[in-house]
Design a protein around this ligand. Structure first.
Ligand code: ZN
Length: 293
């Protein structure tokens, strides 16, 4: 949507002393911005590795009130090329990712409350989904992504998923308030599920295929994770700033823009291109078809 011309009377004039003293001064100048919605919000970030580092960094500096971080893994030296919140000492100590990210958050912005949970996603308290305003998955493990998709859909909480590999990445949003829009599970076939479950997760142990070969780790680079993490964070902010407006008006605030609900934004770093694919709802999807019965 084309940006609307700002009317003179719509432009907020801020007190001159906020220019240098308010951490959020510059973003508050964005038309349609509501810092209170951001500071009142709780966002769950599942997976705080490469993309998760970027998402957490963006959300904490934006001033999100509370972050719930979920990751059971510890830091390795090989994480350090793409994780801005980790450091070599934490890798040598094999510290838990959530502990190190939580400490980094406290330094970056002490206004945000951070809850770190060192558990597998399937073992967390399920009421945490309901307590979140947006749920964000930064995982390459399809089983956990589908689980997060399903709980988020069930509780009516917006869900933002991402994936990366080499110079490619994608971001997709799911929200059950838009009933015709596809969820993440709609486009995952049983064959894909089988294949992806076998695929090595870069946050887990190395596994061997049936033939005894070690399955390769996913190749990636921080330029891809920062681009995708940035886009994913932007989707989170759109929901935080725009969801109340959507619930009241049945449409998305034009100043904030519509999130990528039921659509997948794909990034191709080789061709320097982005494209958006509409994802079609699968009438047999057991996650999002339940409302039709
Ligand atoms: Zn579905």
């Amino acid at each position: 949507m084309q940006k609307e011309e700002k009317k003179r009377e719509d432009i907020k004039v801020y007190e001159i002393d906020s220019i240098d003293t308010d951490m959020y001064d510059r973003q508050k100048r964005i038309f349609g911005w509501d810092q209170k919605k951001i500071s009142d919000a709780t966002v769950m970030v599942i997976g705080v590795g490469a993309t998760g580092n970027e998402v957490v960094k963006n959300l904490i500096l934006t001033g999100v009130g509370k972050l719930i971080l979920i990751d059971y893994d510890f830091i390795n030296i090989s994480n350090l090329n793409r994780c801005v919140l980790f450091n070599s000492q934490s890798a040598q100590n094999k510290d838990y990712k959530v502990d190190v990210v939580k400490n980094a958050c406290e330094e970056l912005n002490p206004n945000t409350e951070v809850l770190g949970i060192k558990k597998d996603l399937k073992d967390i308290d399920k009421t945490l989904y309901e307590k979140s305003d947006v749920i964000c998955s930064c995982l390459d493990n399809v089983e956990a992504r589908v689980e997060a998709n399903n709980y988020a859909y069930y509780y009516g909480v917006p869900f933002v998923d991402s994936g990366i590999e080499e110079f490619f990445g994608s971001v997709q949003s799911v929200y059950s308030g838009e009933e015709e829009a596809a969820c993440l599970q709609c486009n995952i076939s049983n064959a894909d599920l089988d294949l992806m479950w076998q695929k090595f997760s870069c946050t887990g142990e190395e596994i061997e295929s049936e033939s005894g070969e070690t399955i390769a780790k996913i190749a990636t680079i921080i330029t891809t994770t920062s681009i995708i993490g940035g886009l994913q964070s932007q989707q989170v902010l759109k929901f935080l700033l725009g969801l109340d407006y959507f619930k009241e008006n049945g449409k998305w605030n034009p100043h904030i823009g519509k999130p990528l609900i039921g659509k997948q934004l794909n990034y191709n770093g080789l061709l320097n291109k982005f494209n958006i694919l509409k994802k079609f709802q699968n009438p047999d999807c057991w996650t999002c078809s339940y409302k039709k019965n």
